[in-house]
Design a protein around this ligand. Structure first.
Ligand code: ARG
Length: 438
């Protein structure tokens, strides 16, 4: 069932019909499509393009269709080209010939741009809520675990931090992700409805009215741009990619920290799987899958950038590919945010193991240099002196605090007994701006 055909002498081939149809994918726009149609019809009536009676019929027909779909009475399947055709054909079935007037002063080109814009706005609310839920869990887990752990650069033990502070680094990232989504929504807040196929319409329509009714800041300033613009989809896919990058980094760390080599954290059994051959295995598949799915979300961003790169203005059918790409990323990111949240919620931090990690690795070496600076030595010289202390420690297989005062004094005689208090691991976190980590 199609909305066109008058100028064709031959039927479309079945293969082409299937190849061309986007209905299986864009049926997810049905609410947005009906909302856009309702506002469009209201505007047509206000502008005396359709009569009050016609408008009432169309309005009721669209409401009935929406209810039937919501209730499952009208199934979103069948041989339709896309969701726009489905709604229009069912409207005509519902109210008769008047239904054919809904497409006055409108094209599927401005219609699909509108539906997609509205859908992304709606989806962004879900995504922001999922991120907020995740942040809440991260903050709770952080506050419950103000315990020390080693922090790394180059994956080499570097300085002391706390598990609390470590998790809050991710909180910061996810808060930025929310802001990034809001920026995108702000940028895309222009209604394309009324652009027609690409060059507006000869009808006396009111774009300000439809824009306002649909909750946009303003109507588009350029029809050609409005119907060929998919920047907002690309931006959202970029936002999704950055979120996945953050989730993937967290996953990688949870995987490493849960390994026998670290044992800092324990992933709950509910989020691990076993091996079919090695009976002892408990694998962190949840986190590995999140890390793996990051690739698909990056790939989707590249896919749409590539679809768009050579397109002449205005609409081209290439752009129909946008929705499958977008929905794949949307579904992926939703499941990844949910699973990651559950993993963190049930994660156990082994403070004893993390403490062991602190004792080895000279995590207080930088503070020894700070100590020397406090005694009046220039930092660069202090750095050199601590280097000598580390050589001694390695020779004697000891931590810095295990070297006795006389040996330390032999390296630099400004070192006094108070060094042990200064470089004590607990005390370090109470100095300077490190207190924030507690
Ligand atoms: N299904 C189409 C899409 O998603 C709707 C727009 C069709 N426009 C056209 N000129 N054939 O892009």
């Amino acid at each position: 069932m199609k909305l066109w055909g008058g100028r064709f002498l031959k039927e479309e081939s079945n293969a082409m019909n299937d190849f061309n149809s986007s209905f299986e994918i864009d049926k997810r726009f049905y609410k947005e499509d009906i909302k856009g149609s309702l506002v469009h019809a209201k505007m047509l009536n206000k502008q005396n393009i359709i009569t009050n009676i016609e408008y009432k019929l169309i309005e009721d027909g669209l409401e009935i269709i929406k209810n039937k779909i919501d209730l499952g009475e009208l199934k979103l399947d069948g041989d339709y080209e896309d969701i726009h055709s489905f709604i229009e054909i069912n409207l005509i079935n519902e109210i008769g010939q008047i239904g054919k007037k809904i497409h006055t002063a409108r094209s599927r080109n401005d219609q699909v741009a509108l539906d997609f814009n509205l859908k992304i706005k709606n989806d962004s609310i879900d995504i922001i809520n999922l991120i907020k839920d995740f942040i809440e869990i991260l903050v709770k887990k952080a506050d419950d675990n103000p315990y020390m752990m080693p922090a790394y650069t180059h994956l080499q033990r570097a300085q002391i931090t706390t598990f609390k502070y470590y998790l809050k680094a991710y909180v910061n990232m996810f808060k930025r992700d929310i802001k990034r989504i809001k920026n995108t929504i702000d940028l895309m807040d222009e209604s394309p409805l009324g652009s027609g196929a690409l060059a507006g319409t000869t009808h006396n329509i009111d774009m300000e009215f439809t824009s306002k009714e649909l909750g946009f800041q303003k109507p588009t300033a350029n029809f050609l741009d409005a119907v060929s613009n998919r920047d907002f989809v690309i931006e959202m896919l970029n936002n999704f990619s950055i979120i996945m990058m953050h989730l993937s980094r967290l996953s990688e760390e949870i995987i490493i920290f849960s390994s026998q080599e670290f044992k800092f954290v324990q992933i709950d059994d509910a989020y691990c799987t076993g091996s079919s051959i090695m009976p002892h295995k408990k694998n962190p598949d949840s986190m590995e899958l999140v890390r793996g799915k990051c690739g698909r979300v990056y790939g989707n961003l590249m896919a749409l950038l590539t679809v768009m790169k050579g397109l002449p203005l205005a609409y081209n059918k290439d752009m129909q590919e946008d929705k499958e790409i977008y929905f794949d990323s949307l579904d992926t990111i939703k499941s990844c945010l949910y699973i990651s949240k559950e993993v963190i919620k049930t994660l156990k931090f082994n403070k004893e193991e993390a403490k062991k990690g602190i004792k080895k690795g000279f995590l207080n070496a930088t503070e020894v240099a700070d100590y020397l600076v406090a005694k009046g030595i220039a930092f660069r010289d202090a750095h050199e002196i601590v280097g000598k202390i580390i050589i001694l420690c390695e020779k004697e297989n000891k931590a810095i605090e295990e070297i006795n005062i006389n040996e330390l004094k032999d390296i630099n005689n400004l070192i006094e007994e108070d060094i042990y208090e200064y470089i004590d691991y607990e005390n370090i976190l109470n100095k300077g701006n490190k207190k924030e980590m507690l």
